[in-house]
Design a protein around this ligand. Structure first.
Ligand code: 6FA
Length: 577
């Protein structure tokens, strides 16, 4: 997660109910009706992985149906959730990067999935439509065998380059090429350089991740959020063999043993009983995110027996669960990881905390709002992050782990009895990234709500020891920066005490990977090296779930490269449509 203001869930609005009714089995029909038809490929979920798969499959002429449970997001997709100051424009909450932090304080946050207890986006674009926008090209080590990838996946360059060609990153997203609200950069430069850090344009040297820092890089174009929605989806949408349908909730795949025969939805315009048909040899790709994909697999009779038993005990879902003789026992939801993250809050007299972004939705600084509306330049052309840095650490187990830092003006909460100047606050989030060994488990409860079952953060004490060491190194440099003050933790609290008492729920970065891990052994992996679910002929997964271990940075760039490659592998498989 890239944000500090999350205050918890809020009551559902009517729109929310619309988005989640599929869980209860209600039927939603949308205004534009799609003729009942059969497809070569049905892709479930229009998030990072699903959109890229849909574009690449439709590009080669396959008849593709992309289903999304949520609705429009950016203005380009007919979204209309606008800040009062952007009313009447095509610039929604999801277009304007500077509104990112307002997602966590919105009284009606309908865009988060309401049936998952951690943050996930349930609208067109999925996480890419509402995340912090940090965008890192994956490193070679991210795809290494040591990092959990099966052999054959190491030469990712061709696929990563395809992603970069469609969506290059920018570390100066304002349309005038200027950087704004940059004070934290100067402070971090003073803090990091004496510790041997080198300044670089981060995505120019993706493999350099030890003792480096630079300006934050984003997947924005022309001062607006872009991601796969503004790029891959646009090329898919003009093809006659591509159909996109929103507000469609997929509960399960229908299968006859190892063959998927249809996709069960709540939309009867797609087929009798809401079941979407496949062409002969047709295939289904689940791209519903770590929690969404796992839940569909469980309801399709695929996963650990305790999860399938919960489905069986749920009266509505049980009706469609395949007979127990057809259940496939795979470790769905096991082996998940997410970056443990710990926040430090500082003050420095040079820093403008930007009122911690608290007023950006209703009462922005007028000049900044006007500048953005004029030509998408200025403070609002970027989300909150300003600086990123990385450093490698050798753990006592011989495994190299990396610490990532993300620095932004403002702070969601401050814990100190010392006086401080709130207008000079900034936050540094320290993450443990590649090399994390801790694993947790995700799954569902009896109401099919998706949730972590075993928290993944700091299960291995060496993960904790390494992040602690990294934080102490950072803090040891504070004295070299005139007037830099650490306020959380303050000088009454040791770093050890702070980390030891850190609320585990606040360590969540929402970078979940591994729930349908790729691998060669169905006792430890869910999909094979072609992203096909073990034991199934025509069921695949392309999203964050198949990634076996955390990459070096926030994961969307990695997921995009994985989606490019997995789609190519599926197309190369014999026996397809
Ligand atoms: N990743 C980054 O790289 N950089 C960031 O700055 C960053 N920040 C955040 C962040 O601030 C927040 C608050 C969150 C929640 C995540 C962040 N991430 C960041 C992580 C990144 O967004 C995710 O890793 C990424 O979006 C995962 O991509 P996937 O393809 O695995 O899944 P998505 O969630 O994007 O898409 C799933 C789609 O399926 C959604 O559109 C959903 O509505 C749809 N869906 C789910 N269940 C469905 C069902 N049953 N039927 C139909 N559609 C369904």
């Amino acid at each position: 997660m890239e944000g500090g203001l999350y205050k918890g869930f809020f009551p559902c609005s009517i729109v929310n109910v619309m988005l989640i009714t599929g869980v209860q089995g209600s039927v939603i029909t949308t205004a534009s009706s799609v003729p009942t038809s059969a497809y070569d490929y049905v892709i479930v979920g229009a998030g990072v992985g699903g959109i890229i798969a849909a574009d690449r499959l439709s590009e080669v002429g396959k008849k593709v149906l992309l289903l999304e449970r949520g609705g429009p997001s950016t203005g380009e997709t007919s979204g209309d959730y606008n800040a009062p100051w952007a009313a009447g424009t095509n610039l929604t909450k999801f277009d304007i990067p500077g509104l990112y932090e307002s997602e966590f304080s919105d009284p009606d946050p309908w865009y988060w999935c309401q049936d998952i207890t951690v943050k996930a986006g349930c609208l067109l674009g999925g996480g890419a439509t509402l995340n912090g926008g940090l965008y890192w090209y994956p490193t070679d080590a991210d795809f290494s065998v040591e990092n959990g990838w099966p052999s054959g996946w190491q030469d990712h360059a061709q696929y990563t380059n395809a992603v970069i060609a469609r969506l290059p990153s920018t570390d100066h997203p304002s349309t005038d090429g200027q950087r704004y609200l940059e004070q934290t950069f100067g402070v971090m430069q003073q803090l990091l350089e004496p510790q041997g850090y080198r300044h670089l344009t981060i995505n120019d040297e993706p493999n350099s991740k030890d003792h480096v820092y630079g300006h934050s890089a984003f997947d924005f174009i022309d001062g607006k959020r872009a991601g796969p929605v503004a790029t891959y989806l646009q090329t898919a949408e003009v093809r006659p063999n591509f159909t996109y349908k929103d507000f469609v909730y997929v509960s399960s795949v229908m299968r006859n043993g190892s063959q998927v025969t249809g996709v069960r939805t709540n939309d009867t315009s797609l087929g009798a009983g809401g079941v979407v048909s496949l062409n002969p040899n047709g295939r289904v790709i689940l791209s519903s995110g770590s929690y969404g994909t796992s839940r569909i697999l469980f309801q399709s009779g695929i996963g650990p027996s305790d999860m399938l038993a919960l489905v069986k005990n749920n009266t509505e879902a049980a009706v469609h669960l395949p007979p127990q003789s057809q259940w496939i026992n795979l470790p769905v939801g096991m082996n998940v990881s997410d970056n443990p993250s710990i926040k430090l809050v500082f003050t420095h007299p040079s820093v403008d905390s930007y009122e911690n972004w608290a007023d950006v939705w209703t009462d922005p600084r007028p000049a900044d709002a006007a500048q953005y509306l004029k030509n998408q330049s200025g403070v609002f052309a970027s989300s909150s992050a300003r600086v990123n840095f990385w450093r490698a650490y050798a753990g006592s187990d011989g495994i190299t782990r990396f610490m990532q830092g993300t620095v932004r003006p403002g702070a969601g909460s401050v814990n100190t009895t010392n006086p401080y100047n709130a207008s000079q606050l900034f936050t540094m989030t320290t993450y443990l990234s590649q090399g994390v060994t801790s694993r947790g488990r995700l799954g569902i409860n009896g109401s099919l709500t998706g949730m972590p079952l075993v928290n993944p953060w700091f299960q291995d004490p060496i993960d904790k020891a390494v992040l602690l060491e990294g934080i102490k190194d950072i803090v040891s440099g504070i004295a070299t920066v005139p007037n830099l003050t650490l306020v959380t933790p303050d000088n009454h609290t040791t770093i050890d005490a702070y980390v030891n008492s850190y609320n585990p729920a606040s360590m969540n970065s929402n970078h979940w990977v591994g729930a349908a891990k790729i691998g060669t052994d169905p006792t430890t992996a869910v999909v094979d090296t072609d992203a096909r679910v073990f034991g199934m002929n025509n069921l695949f997964v392309i999203d964050a779930s198949i990634i076996p271990a955390l990459p070096m940075g926030n994961p969307q760039g990695m997921i995009m490269s994985v989606a490019e490659r997995a789609t190519a592998k599926i197309l190369a498989l014999a026996g397809g449509p």
